[in-house]
Design a protein around this ligand. Structure first.
Ligand code: 13P
Length: 258
């Protein structure tokens, strides 16, 4: 099963209209890496403008969250359909910052992923343990529980991507060891096979996220069962993000699949 690597940038609550100049630099070059799917997820205020700037390029635009419902009395929220209407083709759901800041549990994440599917968006479904959970040896239990609860019925390799983001590695400059990443990604692949069937699991892309930068991307992206990266801070500047995307284009066995 050939899994095309995906390198997605999550701008989080960063970026104003002027920041689209960085996005435009990526859009202009995205076609130079046909073996890699490249995406940027700016804040909601910029999605429509970002989609306009990326039009005709290979750069995909995404949102960072969506409501489970298509419309209704939910002040301040945005639906998956609205994301699609603004020009997004994917959306991140279940990011640990949403889980922590907004109390989103696995069931809410599954409902959001189902909404993404309903709207024709690719859902990037995030899982990851906290530092305390890792210290207590609970990493695989936590990831297993999150996978069991956060993936809606109808999850396929075409409509979903799984991102493993250890909470303690996000924005800290710390990353798991190569062996730790391989262990968790291998565990996720096996769990997905049990949950969704071997064929779906073999096709689903598994991204690593947490302090990915140009200096470590080459090492991380070549690991077994790592099919790309979800990048926070280093996605804000084209000069940082582009080398990470390029590293995915030249990575080895982990990207060619089983
Ligand atoms: P950093 O790359 O800034 O650690 O953030 C990772 C992340 O949370 C991406 O969603």
């Amino acid at each position: 099963m050939n899994r095309k690597p995906l390198v997605a940038g999550n701008w989080k609550m960063n970026g104003v209209a002027a920041s689209l100049a960085e996005l435009e630099l990526i859009a202009a070059r995205a076609g130079n890496l046909p073996a890699v799917e490249i995406a940027l997820c700016p804040p909601a205020t910029l999605v429509a403008a970002a989609a306009a700037r990326a039009a005709g390029s290979a750069l995909r635009i995404g949102g960072q969250d969506c409501h489970a419902k298509a419309s209704g009395a939910h002040t301040g929220d945005l639906s998956a359909e609205m994301r699609a209407d603004a020009g997004a083709s994917l959306v991140i759901v279940g990011h640990s910052e949403r889980r922590a800041d907004h109390g989103e549990g696995d069931a809410a994440v599954a409902a959001k992923a189902a909404a993404a599917h309903r709207a024709g968006l690719t859902a990037i479904i995030c899982v990851g343990e906290t530092e305390a959970e890792r210290d207590q040896g609970q990493t695989l239990d936590i990831i297993g529980r999150q996978l069991a609860g956060s993936l809606p019925a109808g999850t396929t390799a075409a409509n979903s991507v799984i991102a493993y983001e250890p909470v303690w590695a996000i924005g800290t400059g710390r990353t798991p060891t190569e062996a730790e990443i391989v262990e968790v990604h291998g565990f996720i692949r096996a769990r997905l096979a049990a949950q969704l069937g071997a064929d779906v699991a073999a096709g689903l892309r598994l991204l690593y996220g947490g302090s990915v930068k140009p200096s470590n991307a080459g090492t991380i992206l070549k690991l077994a069962d790592v099919d790309g990266a979800l990048v926070g801070g280093a996605s804000l500047k084209a000069d940082d993000f582009w080398p990470i995307a390029a590293a995915a284009g030249s990575a080895g066995p982990g990207l060619s699949g089983p």
